[in-house]
Ligand binder design. Structure first.
Ligand code: FES
Length: 141
């Protein structure tokens, strides 16, 4: 079987799909390889991500990884959420086929983009270098 049970589950029943009105941060990223797009919305209270939703115009793996990413960051402090790597998301899903790993990068980047937007909107200082698009991810494929 090419895809794990978890991947199929999150693909068929993605968690936290949708938009958040008055989101505190919105991140939109695209995958240059396939043209797929992901948008991530976060709600932040007292530095904790209290809600998180996503919209993905992309493949099944992109849907499954963004769904898992929202589950992983919900309830976490903002600075913990941005540390989530695509590898952590893939591991939580029980793995992805090698040629689909690049799809998981979208999820990691969307979280970072949403947090960056939150920081920008609230005048919170951060290391600009770390949030430059295209430099995110530790396991790009
Ligand atoms: Fe585009 Fe998976 S093929 S994100």
């Amino acid at each position: 079987m090419l895809y794990s049970k978890e991947v199929m589950d999150h693909f068929r029943n993605p968690r936290n799909v949708g938009e958040i009105e008055n989101a505190d941060g919105i991140g939109e990223v695209g995958n240059a390889k396939c043209g797929d797009i992901m948008r991530m919305y976060i709600k932040v209270e007292n530095n904790i991500i209290t809600d998180c939703k996503f919209m993905t115009f992309g493949c099944g793996s992109a849907i499954a990884t963004s769904s898992m990413a929202t589950e992983l960051i919900k309830g976490k402090p903002v600075e913990e959420a941005v540390k989530i790597t695509n590898k952590a998301v893939v591991d939580a899903l029980g793995g992805l086929p090698a040629h689909k790993l690049h799809c998981s990068v979208l999820a990691e980047e969307a979280v970072k983009a949403a947090v960056k937007d939150y920081y920008d909107k609230n005048g919170i200082a951060y290391d600009q270098e770390k949030y430059k698009q295209g430099t995110w991810g530790h396991d790009h494929n």
